[in-house]
Design a binder for this molecule. Structure first.
Ligand SMILES: *[C@@H]1O[C@H](CO)[C@@H](O)[C@H](O)[C@H]1NC(C)=O
Ligand SMILES: *[C@@H]1O[C@H](CO)[C@@H](O)[C@H](O)[C@H]1NC(C)=O
Ligand SMILES: *[C@@H]1O[C@H](CO)[C@@H](O)[C@H](O)[C@H]1NC(C)=O
Ligand SMILES: *[C@@H]1O[C@H](CO)[C@@H](O)[C@H](O)[C@H]1NC(C)=O
Ligand SMILES: *[C@@H]1O[C@H](CO)[C@@H](O)[C@H](O)[C@H]1NC(C)=O
Ligand SMILES: *[C@@H]1O[C@H](CO)[C@@H](O)[C@H](O)[C@H]1NC(C)=O
Ligand SMILES: *[C@@H]1O[C@H](CO)[C@@H](O)[C@H](O)[C@H]1NC(C)=O
Ligand SMILES: *[C@@H]1O[C@H](CO)[C@@H](O)[C@H](O)[C@H]1NC(C)=O
Ligand SMILES: CC(=O)N[C@H]1CO[C@H](CO)[C@@H](O)[C@@H]1O
Length: 563
């Protein structure tokens, strides 16, 4: 224990030195079969996707800071080729396409960057296509820019991982031997750049060495890389799901997301990336198929506007802290599973001179259990994992959600309510805020009470059946001018009525008040009634108690009216 403590202090010093003097320090990144190795140490790393074109440069520092506060080590993004090269050899790296500025913001926050150059992206983005010779030209341009700005880890920059191609394995089959040749060509191209950090290929089971093949999915615990010298890495853990014009609003519950992450680390995983950590907005005509809305909120830990989404953000933060406590055990210890029957198991990482760390897993989808380990009883809800960094005390369980609502930081985000409009596109002061289609309502079926237990599907947890798929549209603060008139231009294709259009600010949280005063603003609705009483309830907001002249059924009446 003591030596472990000393080690982490030393690492912290080395790390802050790195941030404060990026020009003189360089970070060595390699890997072995267990983990990424950074400056000689195997690491457990949490990363999250934030796509720079889906927010604004003014929003980036806050988004990245909230990702860091949420316990992430790295921010991941794709490089959006068709946005950067809209016409052959005519490039755009301005505004929210300023990739270099985005990477420098990540560096300023003291985080690592994972850059999926592709340049093919899927990402529900309009036009991600490519031609092989053009791909080489663009990829070379990007690598040259990174090197010139000294953004690669060996140069003192934040980038610790680079990706070539993207999910090509999903479409490779029909191309037969040509597909295999293409992937080999991609690997050779990547290697020829000598970037000095590991290359990954996701969803590419035949990735040629030294490319590391990685997993994308809702769960990746049963994934194994195709070579024993590659660590087990998860590049896309889907935190929610994208929204479509004709579908209800999909959600992924925090308990199940945390369970999938814990399950990945308890089965030898050491690098994990949330797709998305912040989804954002598809400005302009960037929203792609299948039938994707302008909002790319994704039910991510940071919502479309950059607010912290609770309880997801806080629940994951606690998970990251608890797993980090056993980083040494997970990367240097040997794994030993003990099956306890009925879907219960204990995974212990120990030996090699590191303090032991444990996970207790209940894979059973419906039965909660209490298990006795060496005289201590642990309560394990169905479909949950407990983290025991010292193999004795449970510091976290994926199904036990605490972390209270926090008021959003900073000034409130702005949305425009386009109910009444049909279908078209909108601009604020000349800046596109995307396409709109509030007249399109989601299907009426598919909404039912959500249950985190059991394998998650993209339609497991949906809201908003029968309602407009998207009514509120994000207007970043930086698009607005303070103290002067702002112009909204609406291009309407289906004869909508602009009379009801209005701008609102967005806040999230719990509110208390007399029944006649309660109403929600913006894209928020009352989702639950926690307390209601008639007469003179005692206490304060958040801790009210029934007073002396309450009537039976007050709660039920209020619930009936509002829910
Ligand atoms: C891309 O192709 C152009 C010719 O069309 C060439 O001038 C340029 O050097 C190439 N760029 C890179 C980075 O290979
Ligand atoms: C990994 O992929 C390479 C390249 O296709 C292949 O030669 C190798 O056999 C694969 N390894 C495993 C363990 O599947
Ligand atoms: C695994 O990777 C090592 C190192 O790159 C290589 O020497 C070996 O041939 C690979 N094994 C397989 C089965 O692909
Ligand atoms: C984890 O690694 C150990 C070897 O340390 C191996 O026995 C075990 O099967 C692995 N578990 C999974 C789920 O890959
Ligand atoms: C694994 O754990 C079991 C149960 O605690 C123990 O009996 C066994 O000796 C352990 N195996 C190893 C290789 O440490
Ligand atoms: C869950 O527990 C129940 C009751 O003990 C058992 O019947 C069922 O098979 C278990 N399911 C799994 C997936 O282990
Ligand atoms: C909305 O859709 C309905 C049904 O398709 C149609 O009758 C109506 O005209 C549309 N309204 C607008 C504003 O587009
Ligand atoms: C409800 O109204 C009463 C009477 O105006 C006031 O004293 C009380 O503070 C209000 N309660 C809340 C929670 O706003
Ligand atoms: C690559 C991968 O793991 N995909 C999985 C994503 O999650 C869905 C739903 O659980 C699975 O069906 C996929 O196999």
């Amino acid at each position: 224990m003591l030596s472990g403590g000393k080690l982490s202090v030393l690492l912290a010093i080395a790390f802050s030195f790195l941030i404060s003097s990026p020009a003189v320090s360089s970070t060595e990144v390699s890997h072995d079969g267990r983990a990424l190795v950074i400056d000689g140490q195997r690491r457990v790393l949490f990363s999250g996707s934030i796509h720079y074109p889906r927010s604004t440069p003014e929003m980036w520092p806050d988004l990245i800071e909230r990702a860091k506060d949420g316990g992430l080590d790295a921010v991941e993004t794709y490089v959006f080729w068709n946005a950067h090269e809209p016409l052959r050899r005519q490039y755009n790296f301005e505004g929210n396409l300023d990739l270099i500025r985005f990477l420098k913001e990540i560096q300023n926050a003291g985080l690592y960057a994972v850059l999926r150059i592709g340049p093919y992206v899927c990402a529900e983005w309009n036009y991600g296509y490519f031609l092989q010779n053009e791909m080489q030209n663009f990829t070379t341009l990007i690598i040259d820019m990174l090197k010139q700005e000294r953004l690669l880890a060996p140069q003192g920059g934040p980038i610790i991982i680079t990706q070539i191609e993207n999910e090509y394995g999903n479409v490779q089959g029909p191309y037969g031997v040509e597909g295999t040749k293409y992937i080999q060509w991609c690997a050779q191209l990547a290697e020829s750049y000598h970037v000095g950090v590991p290359w990954i290929m996701c969803q590419q089971p035949d990735a040629p060495q030294p490319m590391i093949n990685t997993c994308n999915g809702f769960y990746c615990d049963s994934f194994a890389p195709n070579n024993s010298t590659s660590p087990k890495m998860w590049t896309e853990n889907w935190t929610g799901w994208f929204k479509a014009w004709d579908k209800p609003d999909p959600h992924r519950l925090a308990e199940d997301l945390a369970y999938s992450v814990a399950r990945f680390f308890q089965s030898n995983g050491t690098f994990q990336n949330y797709y998305m950590y912040h989804g954002g907005t598809n400005f302009g005509r960037t929203t792609g198929g299948p039938y994707i809305t302008t909002t790319y909120d994704y039910d991510a830990p940071l919502d479309e506007y950059g607010n912290i989404r609770q309880p997801k953000w806080g629940h994951l933060k606690e998970l990251h802290l608890s797993i980090k406590k056993m980083e040494k055990a997970l990367t240097y210890g040997a794994a030993n599973t003990t099956e306890l029957g009925n879907g219960l198991s204990m995974m212990k990482f120990s030996g090699n001179g590191v303090a032991a760390g444990c996970f207790l897993t209940n894979k059973n989808e419906s039965v909660d259990t209490t298990v006795d380990i060496e005289g201590t009883e642990y309560f394990l809800p169905a479909w949950s994992i407990s983290v025991l960094p010292d193999c004795k005390q449970e510091v976290y369980n994926t199904a036990k959600v605490k972390t209270t609502f926090q008021a959003p930081l900073g000034s409130e985000p702005v949305v425009v309510d386009l109910l009444g409009m049909g279908k078209g596109a909108a601009w604020v002061n000349g800046q596109s805020i995307g396409r709109f289609w509030p007249n399109y309502t989601a299907s009426f079926d598919g909404c039912h009470p959500c249950d985190y237990r059991g394998p998650f599907q993209s339609d497991s947890c949906q809201t908003g059946c029968g309602e407009p798929a998207q009514r509120w549209y994000h207007v970043p603060r930086s698009f607005l001018k303070a103290g002067e008139p702002n112009t909204l231009v609406l291009f309407e294709e289906a004869g909508g009525d602009p009379n009801q259009v209005n701008f609102q600010t967005v806040t999230v949280g719990t509110m208390c008040g007399n029944v006649t005063e309660l109403s929600c603003q913006g894209p928020h609705s009352i989702t639950s009634i926690q307390f209601a009483s008639f007469g003179d309830p005692q206490g304060a907001c958040g801790s009210f108690e029934v007073g002396s002249c309450d009537v039976d059924g007050a709660f039920a009446i209020v619930e009936q009216v509002y829910m």
